[in-house]
Design a binder for this molecule. Structure first.
Ligand SMILES: [Zn+2]
Length: 324
């Protein structure tokens, strides 16, 4: 491992750089050991310009946070970067992301080389789930499903307190088939959960059904409260699809807690109440999970990236500290 050029004064407080790379924006922070933010950064993800542009922007964001750290006189111990798609955390490879367009990329070592800092690479949703698990809605649970619903749908599963990874392929709940022969999904299959219940699918379904444009799934949720019958029909279909997927996961993995995150969870009771009721109706003998909203919201991924970086920094310190 190359010696990193850390930014610190002799008595500099240790911190980590955390960066959550999303399809539209990147959220970064400098966090101390108590997970207190010492600095923040937000940038657009230039995904329309291709994966190389996204990688260059990740490097620039890490460098900007490193400069912030130098300005504050704090010492950067490690960088945690989390990205969407299929991520092999052990090999530190970004295996695939339809959204960003990279494939089988040794992203961890690339970022390490470009920034001169020690970098850990993780998956955005598993990192977000780990943050909910340690600091948020799932902190008292061991068997947990964390499912953010936004433009897409993904999930992180924790069984007996441990994340289920499957070389990075586990948790792709958005691509569970809930309507065989249904609409074509971006993944190439038909009738995936994502084609019915993602924020993007709800928005598109409402416009197609009503003939009226609508500004996102939150606007469809707002129309529900005004008794709009098209909004109700679209919402019911999404809730049914989510019920089918969650019932299957509950049957296989018996989570005690399901934490819903992402933009759609902001609909709160409009989503959680009917989903909870239908899931309980659907289950017979299974363990009955509690269904709650994420506590960390869109901070979860960034906090998870920081937890991952601290864990790796501590693991390294017990062996050979890369910072000294
Ligand atoms: Zn799919």
């Amino acid at each position: 491992m190359t010696a990193p050029s850390t930014s610190r004064g002799p008595e500099g407080q240790p911190c980590v750089i955390a960066l959550d790379v999303g399809g539209t924006s990147m959220k970064g922070a400098l966090l101390d050991r108590e997970m207190k933010p010492l600095g923040r950064l937000r940038r657009a993800t230039p995904r329309r310009h291709g994966p190389e542009a996204v990688i260059a922007e990740i490097v620039a964001a890490v460098q900007a946070l490193n400069e912030q750290a130098a300005g504050y006189g704090v010492s950067v111990r490690r960088v945690g970067v989390v990205v969407p798609g299929i991520v092999d955390e052990v090999a530190e490879r970004a295996v695939y992301s339809a959204n960003i367009g990279w494939e089988n990329l040794a992203l961890g070592s690339m970022l390490q080389e470009a920034t001169g800092l020690p970098v850990s690479l993780g998956h955005d949703v598993r990192a977000g789930g780990a943050a909910e698990f340690r600091l948020g809605a799932a902190r008292n649970a061991r068997d947990v499903l964390f499912m953010p619903i936004g433009t897409g749908i993904s999930a992180a599963l924790f069984c007996d307190g441990r994340p289920v990874r499957g070389l990075g392929y586990a948790g792709e709940l958005g691509h569970m088939s809930v309507e065989p022969g249904g609409e074509l999904c971006a993944c190439g299959a038909r009738g995936c959960l994502e084609t019915l219940a993602s924020a993007a699918a709800i928005t598109a379904a409402y416009s197609a059904r009503s003939g009226r444009g609508v500004d996102g799934a939150a606007a469809v949720a707002a129309l529900l409260t005004h008794g709009d019958p098209d909004a109700q029909a679209v919402w019911d279909r999404a809730v049914d699809a989510l019920t089918t997927a969650l019932a299957a996961v509950t049957t296989c993995f018996a989570p005690e807690l399901i934490v819903l995150g992402g933009g759609l969870a902001q609909a709160d009771g409009l989503l959680l109440d009917p989903l909870r009721a239908r899931l309980m109706e659907r289950l017979t003998f299974q363990r009955r999970p509690e269904l709650v909203r994420s506590e960390l919201g869109d901070e979860a991924g960034c906090l998870g990236a920081a937890l991952m970086a601290w864990q790796a920094a501590d693991d390294t310190t017990t062996g050979d500290d890369p910072c000294h």
